[in-house]
Design a protein around this ligand. Structure first.
Ligand SMILES: Cc1cc2nc3c(=O)[nH]c(=O)nc-3n(C[C@H](O)[C@H](O)[C@H](O)COP(=O)(O)OP(=O)(O)OC[C@H]3O[C@@H](n4cnc5c(N)ncnc54)[C@H](O)[C@@H]3O)c2cc1C
Length: 447
């Protein structure tokens, strides 16, 4: 069997490796347009924070290991430009300008996503950067070093922008952030997002909300972000305005696209073509709470979907139930986490949401070093189902979110959650875990 994979990072290399493990006789070819494969994009902000580290430290497995030890035909510098589903071929051009064509029995599209760069003046100036692939991280590191960057303007306030904010401050670089919408983290309960805002201000990050960016200008070796009624001067600009799925190839090949133009896949990761799968940031997924298609581009799903594709092309039948949208990130000394739906999303999907926000502690009452954990929990008045949870705190948040995430996968009610046997010892939390305190309170409100 001839299995061809487009894209050589999380989803693509997971699939390629597992397909070979499942059946060493399968011919596996991976076509990757850059020279980098199998790296941790998620580690880039932390790597950028440390001038002593090399961006190459983030490479999980070197290309030659895939080639020599796993017998995968891994071709870097190969950009796929078209898919012909009828003839079962993919074609493209190498970095050296050579045209190539490969036939497949089964194809996986694992092309990831790209940063959204608005079509405005100045977004192509040197020093205006986005952070998505390893080469972006490499360029940002080198730009900071060779231009002695003292100040960065970040356009956007999503989780990558916030992680980068911390990374840049760690290098004593001043940061100002700007975004067009007036609300800081629109998906987050305000009481919780205000805590993050304060944390940013505590670290001297200036936030400018509600300013539409018009253009970027270069002047006297500096850059100027020009907004409706504000202009920010900086040595470097980071564009972090979100990402979009790399689904153009699939769309042009006639495959169905779904939510936000991500490639539509079923639970087996199959596209609308019998022989083509899609996995990772380029593809959609089912949401375990709503049962509807969604697009939540995160690393675990990409790896898991890659495995599932490999199993399916190897003759097993694997169906993925979907995602709960569980995510966690760090903003200076804060851990921020969410799983499931926000109250607004719940309303939009036809639920009748009720929510509570509670304050609890990261350690037991008399235990030294405790800090506050804020929990928002959302349930459905009609069915009593747990719908989502958000949390912010200095410690004990990142892994604690996994309990409500598992509850969502199992469609538990808030009442069921109240009866779960969660761990307790004084250094790790109060007797009633903060999520149990939230659930107990929410249950009263749902009655
Ligand atoms: C800074 C940063 C921090 C992140 N932090 C987290 C985190 O903390 N937690 C989390 O869950 N997720 C995080 N993510 C997201 C996570 O990295 C992605 O979800 C994951 O990498 C998706 O894997 P993928 O294989 O689908 O896509 P990608 O990793 O984007 O890989 C796609 C590959 O396809 C290649 N490609 C694209 N088009 C073509 C073509 N036409 N021909 C050949 N090759 C092509 C690309 O060059 C790329 O190598 C972060 C991402 C970034 C950028």
């Amino acid at each position: 069997m001839n299995f061809v994979v487009i894209g050589g990072d999380a989803a693509g290399m997971s699939a390629a490796s597992r397909a070979k493990r499942n059946n060493p006789d399968t011919d596996v070819t991976v076509l990757e347009r850059t020279m980098d494969v199998s790296y941790s994009a998620c580690g880039m902000p932390y790597n950028i924070a440390d001038p002593e580290s090399e961006i190459e430290d983030l490479v999980v497995r070197q290309a030659n290991v895939f080639r020599e030890k796993q017998n995968i035909n891994l071709l870097t510098g190969h950009c796929v430009e078209s898919i012909d589903p009828a003839k079962r071929t993919v074609s493209g051009t190498t970095l050296q300008g050579k045209i190539f064509k490969f036939s497949y029995d089964k194809l996986l599209i694992a092309t990831g996503a790209s940063p959204i760069i608005p079509n405005l003046e100045g977004f192509d100036l040197p020093g205006v950067m986005a952070l998505k692939i390893l080469d972006d991280g490499r360029r940002i590191k080198s730009y900071i070093r060779s231009n002695s960057v003292k100040k960065v303007a970040i356009i956007g306030m999503g989780y990558i922008a916030l992680e980068m904010c911390e990374a840049l401050r760690a290098r004593s670089i001043d940061v100002e952030m700007v975004k067009p919408r007036p609300v800081f983290l629109p998906w987050m309960e305000k009481q919780l997002s205000d805590i993050i805002k304060k944390e940013l201000e505590r670290h001297a990050v200036k936030l400018h909300l509600g300013h539409q960016v018009k253009k970027i200008e270069a002047k006297d070796r500096r850059l100027r972000v020009i907004c409706t009624d504000l202009s920010l001067e900086a040595d470097m600009v980071l564009v972090a305005m979100g990402i979009k799925p790399n689904s153009k190839l699939a769309g042009e090949a006639g495959l169905d696209l779904g939510v936000k133009d991500a490639i539509a896949v079923d639970k087996k990761l199959k596209t609308s073509d019998e022989n083509i799968y899609a996995a990772g940031d380029c593809a959609d997924a089912y949401h375990v709470v709503t049962g509807e298609r969604t697009w939540i581009p995160l690393a675990l799903r990409a790896n898991r979907a890659g495995w599932a594709v490999a199993d399916n092309v190897s003759g097993k039948t694997v169906e993925l139930p979907g995602v709960a949208g569980t995510a966690v990130f760090k903003v200076f000394d804060l851990e921020v986490a969410r799983t499931g739906l926000t109250a607004n999303e719940a309303k939009n999907f036809g639920f009748d949401p009720e929510d509570v926000v509670i304050k609890s502690r990261s350690r037991a009452h008399a235990h030294p070093g405790a800090s506050t954990i804020h929990v928002q929990m959302i349930g459905d008045k009609k069915t009593g189902r747990l719908l989502g949870t958000q949390m912010v705190g200095n410690e004990g948040v990142s892994h604690r979110i996994n309990a409500p995430a598992v509850a969502l996968h199992n469609r538990m009610t808030v009442e069921d959650y109240c009866q779960t046997d969660l761990a307790y010892a004084p250094p790790f939390g109060p007797t009633w875990d903060p999520t149990l305190t939230a659930a107990n309170q929410l249950l009263k409100n749902l009655a």
